[in-house]
Design a protein around this ligand. Structure first.
Ligand SMILES: *Cc1c(COP(=O)(O)O)cnc(C)c1O
Length: 405
């Protein structure tokens, strides 16, 4: 494992820099991942050699740019195994994808209906649904969790009924790392013909995803969490679900014909892609997908699983350690507190040792309320981390805690 990991690390230029005079130990991957040279080069190459607006020009550069972004769509289709390329909508990111569906659904939701989410959601999979409920009079229902941070599935399933407009849940919790049984949930929702949106912001980076196997109706993720650039992401939707929805935004790209009397909309995917898209972003994301696919998601997951086990074991020995999120099935995220130490102080001191972790509520305040804590310290691992990173982190936690107690 170590030789593989060393090769991989050389692909990421930022990993060789120092912070605060110490080698960088980057453990904030659940917030955003670092970028390999091939992604940076693809973006540079796009601007240096083919940049032009897409889909509307008949000059060579416009065609080259169009080919490049449409290839990125094909790569994305293959990455999550969507049935058709037209089911891949480019967005700004996960948040944008969720808002697109929540906004587009407005005219189809009635008061008396309900929207089902879970207690593990990121704010970006809570607030858009609350806003939909406010617009329509629908009610929000929340799948409860146990102390380990797992859904209480039976109770969750019982919340779904013939009045449910949509179920929207994350595949993997960014705050705790819980891998949720979304397939069972989807199967149950489909008995009532209820569509299910999966917030895949944390599953796209950490496992092989197959939207057809899951039978997900919608699946969203962000490029910046899969080693791609910021400002670009994906909304997958089953063709029949997307065709049933009105467009979210109007403008160029998304129309077939426009007159002052009537506008007709473009076919999928363009119906949901108003305006000049983030072309360099799409190309960069395509390069990131190529990079991950070349290594193989299963191999990368195995590296992360090994790191998770190693880190969990080592951290368990730290005095006063309390883990939040101890689900049977977990991705490489460790949320914790040390007795008598404020998480913010701990994170700040760890940074002095070169260790980048996140402290706070992780955009999941209701979840922190469930545990009755203001927040946690979160170490989240990517496949380019190694055991040395874990060792440095553990030493940083111990030394920092000693200074703070
Ligand atoms: C990061 C994250 C989001 C939001 O993604 P953006 O890139 O900020 O739009 C939503 N859900 C989960 C689970 C996340 O980890």
């Amino acid at each position: 494992m170590n030789t593989i990991a060393t090769d991989i690390r050389n692909d990421f230029p930022i990993l060789s820099r120092e912070v605060n005079g110490k080698p960088l130990v980057y453990l904030d991957n659940a917030a955003s991942t670092q970028k390999p040279s091939v992604v940076i080069a693809a973006i540079k190459n796009y601007y240096e050699t083919i940049n032009a607006n897409v889909h509307r020009g008949n000059h060579l550069l416009s065609q080259l740019a169009t080919d490049a972004v449409e290839q990125a769509r094909d790569k994305t289709q293959a990455f999550i195994n969507a049935a058709e390329r037209e089911e891949i909508i480019f967005t700004k990111g996960t948040t944008d994808g969720i808002n697109t569906i929540a906004s587009s659904m407005t005219s189809m939701v009635k008061s008396g209906q309900n929207v089902v989410i879970s207690a593990l959601e990121h704010h970006s999979n809570i607030v858009p649904w609350q806003m939909l409920c406010e617009r329509t009079g629908a009610k929000l229902r929340v799948i409860p969790i146990n102390q380990k941070g797992e859904w209480i599935l039976e109770e969750g399933l019982s919340l779904i009924d013939e009045h449910t407009a949509i179920v929207a849940v994350n595949h993997i919790s960014n705050a705790l790392g819980t891998i949720n049984p979304v397939k069972s949930l989807i199967e149950h929702a489909h008995r009532f013909d209820v569509p299910v949106l999966i917030d895949g912001a944390q599953s796209a980076p950490h496992m092989a995803v197959d939207v057809q196997d899951l039978d997900a109706d919608f699946y969203c993720f962000s490029a910046h969490k899969i080693c791609g650039p910021t400002g670009i992401g994906v909304l997958f939707g089953k063709r029949e679900r997307l065709e049933a929805l009105p467009p979210y935004q109007g403008g160029g790209e998304m129309i077939k014909t426009v007159s002052f009397e009537k506008t007709t909309y473009a076919e999928l995917p363009f119906k949901f892609e108003a305006g000049t898209p983030n072309m360099a972003g799409m190309v960069g994301m395509g390069a990131a997908i190529d990079y991950l696919t070349a290594h193989g998601m299963n191999k990368l997951k195995a590296i992360e699983d090994e790191l998770l086990n190693y880190a969990t074991k080592k951290m368990s020995a730290i005095e006063g350690m309390r883990f939040y999120g101890t689900a049977e099935k977990k991705a490489s995220v460790i949320s914790f507190l040390i007795d008598g130490v404020h998480p913010y102080d701990l994170g700040t001191l760890m940074d002095k040792f070169g260790v980048a972790v996140r402290t706070g509520h992780h955009c999941a305040q209701p979840l922190m309320d469930f545990y009755n804590i203001p927040g946690t310290v979160r170490a989240s691992f990517a496949f380019y981390n190694n055991k040395n990173d874990v060792d440095v982190m553990v030493e940083a936690i111990e030394k920092s805690a000693m200074m703070l107690r």
